[in-house]
Design a binder for this molecule. Structure first.
Ligand code: SF4
Ligand code: SF4
Length: 443
């Protein structure tokens, strides 16, 4: 029987309508808007100024805090400004704006398609290159990859888990990468295993991608230390804690990280970026983005430079279809509705989904009928109706006691609620407030 996680979970309509569209590279933007808040943790700090000439792959911002990441120029040209630009939340944030001129790369980047499978870098060198290349979790979490790979002295990594689940409806960027760049991903897995010094890796893929499972199995026959595990389809299996339970029946304790149970999880896109950084000397300046929607003319998977406006991607798929309601950055379950299409692609942009009016409609909210469906589907074992109620009443002590901070914002409760309660909205508010209270208590 196929493995899956124990608590809760749902089966939303998959809508993987872009799955047969091969990855298409789109040209670099005439003006790139590179936000400084692209990673989880502290924003990056610009090291270039207006008027500076830059090349593709040149360092333009440093991650100075422990949890932060370097940023590199996605185009060659002139820095037009270090100013602000709108991000996915609709707020203006610090950004480096570069006008493109030519196509000049920094020295030493191998731009050929030739596979480089010979690993010569040491464990320390791999870690250093991953840090210097600005790689973050490309599944959307954007946690700096080098920090995840730094195993505390009192812990031991036993398994590298490579997340190819892509359980969010609509998104197909990891799926296409597995079909089109499997050899490179396998080298990326071997690099990550060396960096972590682990004897085993598991690439986890849900059973709705049988061709990707088969393909990855074929590509790993010579590597018995890399296991391909097909999982039963259930949302949100791509969440780290659920994935670890599905594969190994290990439970990451509340408030702890996967290393607590001997695991480090990296996403498929991140693993490919590690290959490009270490074997090709190429920093993270582009990513795969799915652009899709039920009425979209040409649902696609694009290789896109970071800093490309979302509006450019929408033009490439035939524009906003008539009768559209909203544009989501990320998947429909965990993504955010965009306030401004001038928002640029950032390292964490896994997809752009255009919802039609019907999908966009906010249904009328009714009183909670205490049906407990939200509790049944919560993969974290929480009581969403209780937490939501606590937030609405500013009862932060109750929210904290009932583990609001464990909420992974998967949206399963909201999806299931017959009264259309704004559960995730309230839980996000609760997490922000309780998080602040906890931080103040520590200081
Ligand atoms: S959004 Fe939070 S509370 Fe709701 S089901 Fe997911 S983890 Fe549970
Ligand atoms: S699913 Fe909705 S109506 Fe049912 S208990 Fe939860 S919040 Fe209340």
């Amino acid at each position: 029987m196929l493995k899956t996680f124990k608590l809760g979970g749902i089966h939303p309509e998959e809508n993987k309508i872009s799955k047969n569209s091969p990855i298409e590279e789109i040209e670099a933007p005439e003006t790139a808007y590179i936000l400084m808040n692209q990673n989880l943790g502290a924003p990056s700090v610009p090291v270039v100024s207006k008027g500076d000439k830059v090349k593709i792959g040149q360092l333009i911002a440093k991650g100075e805090a422990f949890i932060s990441a370097f940023v590199h120029s996605p185009v060659s040209g002139t820095v037009a400004a270090v100013d602000t630009h709108v991000d996915a939340t609709g707020y203006k944030r610090t950004a480096i704006i570069i006008n493109k001129e030519g196509d000049e790369w920094v020295d030493g980047v191998d731009l050929s398609d030739k596979l480089n499978s010979k690993i010569t870098a040491s464990k320390e060198e791999i870690l250093e290159i991953i840090k210097d290349s600005g790689i973050v979790g490309l599944g959307g979490a954007t946690f700096p990859a080098h920090v995840k790979l730094m195993v505390p002295k009192d812990k031991k990594a036993e398994y590298l888990i490579v997340n190819g689940v892509e359980c969010e409806p609509y998104l197909t960027s990891d799926y296409r990468l597995m079909l089109e760049k499997a050899d490179e991903i396998v080298v990326g897995v071997r690099l990550l295993m060396k960096a972590l010094d682990v004897p085993k890796a598991i690439i986890a893929i849900e059973n709705n991608k049988p061709d990707a499972i088969e393909h990855m199995k074929n590509k790993t026959v010579s590597y018995p230390e890399i296991l391909i595990e097909a999982l039963k389809v259930k949302y949100p299996q791509g969440a780290e804690k659920q994935l670890i339970y599905s594969l190994l029946k290990r439970e990451v304790p509340s408030g702890k990280l996967p290393i607590e149970v001997g695991c480090v999880v990296q996403n498929i896109g991140t693993t490919f970026a590690v290959y490009e950084a270490v074997q090709k000397n190429k920093p993270l300046i582009e990513r795969i983005v799915t652009v899709t929607g039920k009425k979209v003319k040409k649902p696609s998977n694009f290789k896109v430079r970071i800093g490309t406006p979302v509006s450019t991607l929408i033009e490439k798929v035939g524009g906003i279809p008539e009768g559209s309601g909203k544009v989501i950055s990320g998947g429909p379950m965990m993504g955010k509705s965009l306030a401004d299409l001038n928002t640029p692609v950032v390292k964490g942009t896994s997809g752009i989904v255009i919802f039609d009016e019907k999908e966009s409609k906010r249904n009328v909210t009714y009183n909670c009928i205490r049906c407990a469906r939200c509790t049944d589907v919560c993969p974290m074992g929480l009581q969403p109706y209780l937490l939501s109620n606590a937030v609405e009443n500013n009862a932060w002590d109750i929210a904290e006691k009932n583990k609001v901070m464990d909420c992974i914002e998967c949206g399963s409760c909201h999806y299931t609620c017959p009264s259309n309660r704004p559960l995730v909205d309230n839980l996000r508010i609760g997490k922000a407030k309780v998080g602040e209270i906890i931080r103040n208590r520590k200081n």
